[in-house]
Ligand binder design. Structure first.
Ligand code: NAP
Length: 285
């Protein structure tokens, strides 16, 4: 990965941090795009110490805030001449109560889908210029429990029931990750930019601690059976670096292998609709 530049969102902990460590160890210039500079700086110091890489950098990005995404992209475009791999990794699960961002968006949807939608679109010219290049989207098998009809809630104030203990809004947002990834892959056909999404496995990270009580308990009792963060990072790393996936695009992976998607993720009308709504909410604001 020498000479290549990689951006990873939410890289200060869990899967994102271990993905960053691996790619830095392979010689890539890695930019940790994180909301907390102090946490990101601590992660960067740790990665630099273990990999001996000096090419690990920190940039502030709150992916749930459209204005923060725009500021981040401006900075990247000022400073970077290439972007070989973008890894959309940051995510939250099911907050214990409804939250709305300062821009009026539902927080889980804004963090997991809308912010990344805007980020990816604004960085596309740099990514295309660096082709062959790759976009990797960390989704989840929870997409199966999502419902495209619930995307209707995007701009507003979802019914509080949406925050049921299993995090319905999380599932909708992960379905959106998969649909976005398939739609973007189609749009980028012929550009030598690939787009793939993945399920990292059930991984022992901060993810469950920052969730509803139900998921916290699930995390607490099950963590001995979970993958470690290093194990959980393997599919992201595979999609970012492996020659086996050269030219492979528009697919879903789990355990570094392609997995067939459920019908729910393949509806072309829903995917188009999601794209248009996401565009209205992010690019046209
Ligand atoms: N763990 C699992 O079992 C599992 C299963 C399926 C899918 N996933 C997916 O894997 C991805 C990584 O999660 P993880 O398990 O590694 O959890 P994690 O340890 O909680 O990491 C999540 C990362 O996202 C960051 N983040 C959250 N909100 C953000 C925001 N507004 N702006 C910027 N960064 C933000 C967090 O930063 P802070 O430290 O500042 O909060 C953290 O760095 C997520 O997309 C998740 O949906 C995880």
């Amino acid at each position: 990965m020498k000479g290549k530049t990689v951006i990873i969102t939410g890289a200060n902990s869990g899967i994102g941090k271990e993905t960053a460590r691996d790619l830095a160890g392979r010689g890539a210039k890695v930019i940790l795009a994180c909301r907390s500079i102090s946490k990101a700086q601590a992660a960067s110091n740790d990665i630099r110490a273990t990999t001996k890489s000096e090419e690990v950098y920190v940039k502030q990005l709150d992916i749930s805030s459209l204005s923060s995404v725009r500021r981040f992209v401006e900075e990247i475009k000022r400073e970077e001449t290439r972007l070989d791999v973008l890894i959309n990794n940051a995510g939250i699960s099911a907050p214990s109560e409804q939250s709305i961002t300062e821009e009026g968006l539902e927080l889980t949807f804004a963090t997991n889908h809308l912010g990344h939608f805007l980020l990816t679109n604004l960085l596309l010219d740099l990514i295309k210029k660096s082709a062959p290049s790759r976009i990797v989207i960390v989704a989840a098998t929870a997409y199966r429990f999502g419902e495209a009809s619930e995307f209707e809630f995007m701009p507003g104030y979802p019914n509080i029931d949406e925050y049921g203990p299993l995090g319905a809004m999380y599932c909708h947002s992960k379905l959106a990750n998969v649909m976005f990834s398939l739609e973007l892959a189609k749009l980028l056909e012929g550009t030598n930019v690939t787009v793939n999404c993945l399920h990292p496995g059930i991984v022992n990270t901060e993810f469950y601690n920052n969730s509803s009580k139900y998921l916290q308990n699930f995390g607490f009792f099950s963590r001995f059976f979970f993958k470690s963060p290093t194990e959980g990072a393997q599919t992201s790393i595979h999609l970012a670096v492996s020659e086996d996936v050269d030219g492979v695009t528009g697919r879903f992976f789990s355990d570094c292998r392609e997995e067939k998607l459920e019908e729910i993720a393949l509806d072309k009308y829903d995917a188009r609709e999601l794209w248009q709504r996401s565009e209205q909410l992010t690019m046209k604001q």
